[in-house]
Write a new protein. Structure first.
Length: 326
């Protein structure tokens, strides 16, 4: 799906950025003569992130998303241990914490973002008291080194916040486009065989025929091997998202190859499914309500109309005719 693809890309690119920042810190702190334990800690963090990004490249986002929260928690703990070393010298370093609520806002909902904001406030508070609770190793920084660290911190945090807001914008844009399509006549006329041809039009000459054939083959494969069309909320925008393409291409593939619009194509499969149910030996036990709801129709009047348009008789007449033929 398009959204999952964007989420996966954002995870991978974030880890790449994390690695680049880690390597930059290694070089900068090494030049400043920081303690070896600090350099080793950052080096270990970089190695772990390289291992993670190599491990998830070929995984689907449905699997990757299970590890997003643990990863963010681990990252926040790493940042915490670094900041208890630096915040006395540079209070500005505390802005590293602001990355996490923004990252959570990208991946999750507002409630989860609120919970994370509370968690980050808690981390900031215990960062202040860490020097009183634990024996923290002291580090010495010249004014020049402190200035360099502050500038680096400022640019890095701005980058990460902008990074997540950019991907959040892309996801929001897709959701808005899908909602607009769902609110249009596509959703209202999803089972209307007399519907108007799809409004979104692309000049056939602009789309390679091989592309249309591939999309149509994917549509057939999906409809023949999956009962997704039985979902009453299924529409052309969802089909396009599943196929990782756009509504216009799906519409054009159906029009040019099948000679049908999406609504008619969908209804054909739904009615064929109903006919298979009726032809079952136990068809007497099926009520029309069961038949049309199982097939994805939202109401009986629409179901009756579509059935008659395609078969020439009503569902009741079809059942009666089937009985008489036995």
């Amino acid at each position: 799906m398009v959204k999952d693809s964007i989420y996966k890309k954002s995870v991978i690119n974030f880890i790449y950025s994390y690695i680049i920042v880690g390597i930059s810190l290694l070089g900068m702190f090494g030049y400043m003569g920081m303690a070896n334990y600090l350099l080793f800690f950052i080096f270990l963090s970089v190695v772990v992130n390289i291992t993670i990004v190599l491990s998830i490249c070929y995984l689907s986002y449905n699997i990757i998303r299970l590890f997003v929260t643990p990863y963010l928690i681990l990252s926040s703990i790493i940042i915490y241990f670094l900041l208890i070393l630096f915040w006395n010298h540079s209070p500005l370093s505390l802005i590293w914490y602001t990355i996490f609520p923004v990252a959570v806002y990208h991946f999750f909902n507002m409630r989860t973002t609120l919970y994370w904001s509370i968690y980050i406030v808690f981390l900031i508070i215990i960062t202040f008291f860490a020097n009183y609770w634990f024996e923290i190793p002291r580090i010495s920084l010249t004014k020049t080194n402190l200035f360099i660290i502050n500038i680096f911190t400022l640019f890095a945090v701005i980058y990460f916040i902008s990074f997540f807001l950019y991907y959040k914008y892309k996801i929001t844009l897709i959701e808005f486009e899908n909602k607009s399509l769902d609110d249009s006549s596509t959703d209202k006329n999803v089972v209307s065989t007399a519907g108007v041809e799809d409004e979104l039009y692309i000049n056939e000459n602009l789309i390679p025929s091989n592309t249309l054939k591939k999309i149509y083959a994917d549509i057939l494969d999906l409809f023949e091997n999956d009962d997704i069309y039985l979902d009453c909320s299924f529409n052309i925008s969802k089909l396009a998202e599943i196929l990782n393409t756009n509504v216009s291409y799906v519409s054009r593939a159906l029009n040019s190859i099948a000679g049908s619009n999406f609504n008619a194509f969908l209804n054909k499969y739904r009615i064929e499914y109903v006919k298979r149910l009726i032809k079952n030996d136990d068809y007497d036990r099926y009520k029309l309500t069961y038949l049309y709801t199982q097939a994805g129709f939202k109401n009986q009047s629409t179901f009756n109309k579509v059935f008659k348009d395609l078969e020439g008789i009503t569902p009741t007449e079809y059942i009666q005719k089937l009985k008489e033929s036995l």
